[in-house]
Design a protein around this ligand. Structure first.
Ligand code: UDP
Length: 237
């Protein structure tokens, strides 16, 4: 049964959640485990969109710091998200989940271009739609892409699947006494510069009234549990 609170949700997957222990950018076993968590939730009747990042392969900002032209580096980063989208699609279809990939940068031989109404139709037919290439422009991130797609696809919530279990008042790796928020306001996230998503993505969710649920997708059963209102997460609203 779907959560009465949410019917259509957008899942943002950072590229790093597909990484293996040995630093392999896309680890097939790890990707298969993430896909199984997604399939579990899909089977409960949710309409599900996914936005994938590319940070496990290429980050424009980091590359620019090493001498690449920023815009070119960002396009390379967007291409990395398409690779991740295909990996997630492959892992989901292997376990029987019907999917479509839509890219903000058209590449017809590889996947569909982003067409909002077509994406909506896929969702209505029970397909998972995976959005690649962020917003399709340099100087943005896939966090902004996730907020934008969540808003235009009328999603009830944006779930940010990461490898940490929520939002802390300080970096838990550096401050042992750091506390995890159960809920926190958009305003606090922005004013304290808490690391949830980038500021423009948080502001877009705030303006569209879309809650952001930060949770650990690598923990087995946690995605479904968080949707049931159990499990560990932080809700930004
Ligand atoms: N990117 C971009 N525009 C977008 C989305 C992504 O230029 O709309 C580029 C940017 O260089 C970014 C890279 O793609 O560093 C990978 O995306 P991101 O860093 O958001 O991935 P994540 O951290 O979620 O894995």
């Amino acid at each position: 049964m779907t959560s009465p609170r949410y019917k259509r949700i957008l899942l943002k997957l950072s590229g790093e959640v597909l990484m293996g222990e040995g630093g392999k950018a896309i680890d097939p076993e790890v990707t298969a485990r993430v896909a199984a968590e997604i399939a579990d939730v899909k089977a409960q009747g949710y309409e599900l969109c996914i936005v994938v990042g590319g940070g496990n392969i290429f980050r424009g900002l980091a590359a620019a710091a090493q001498g690449f032209e920023r815009a070119t580096a960002d396009y390379m980063g967007m291409l990395a998200t398409v690779m991740n989208a295909l990996a997630v699609q492959n892992a989901l279809e292997r376990i029987g989940v019907d999917t479509r990939v839509q890219s903000a940068i058209p590449m017809q031989s590889v996947c569909e271009p982003f067409i909002r109404r077509r994406a909506a139709r896929h969702l209505e037919k029970g397909r998972v739609v995976i959005f690649a290439a962020g917003v399709g422009s340099p100087f943005f991130t896939t966090d902004s892409g996730a907020a934008l797609r969540a808003a235009e696809m009328n999603c009830d919530a944006l779930f940010k699947g990461t490898s940490v279990d929520g939002v802390y008042d300080a970096d838990p790796k550096q401050v042992p006494t750091a506390k995890r928020y159960d809920t926190v306001s958009y305003g606090t996230v922005l004013s304290k510069n808490l690391r949830v998503m980038d500021a423009s993505a948080v502001a877009l969710c705030r303006d569209s009234n879309i809650p952001i649920v930060v949770f650990n997708i690598r923990e087995h059963g946690n995605f479904a549990a968080v949707l049931r209102g159990e499990g560990v997460s932080t809700v930004v609203r």
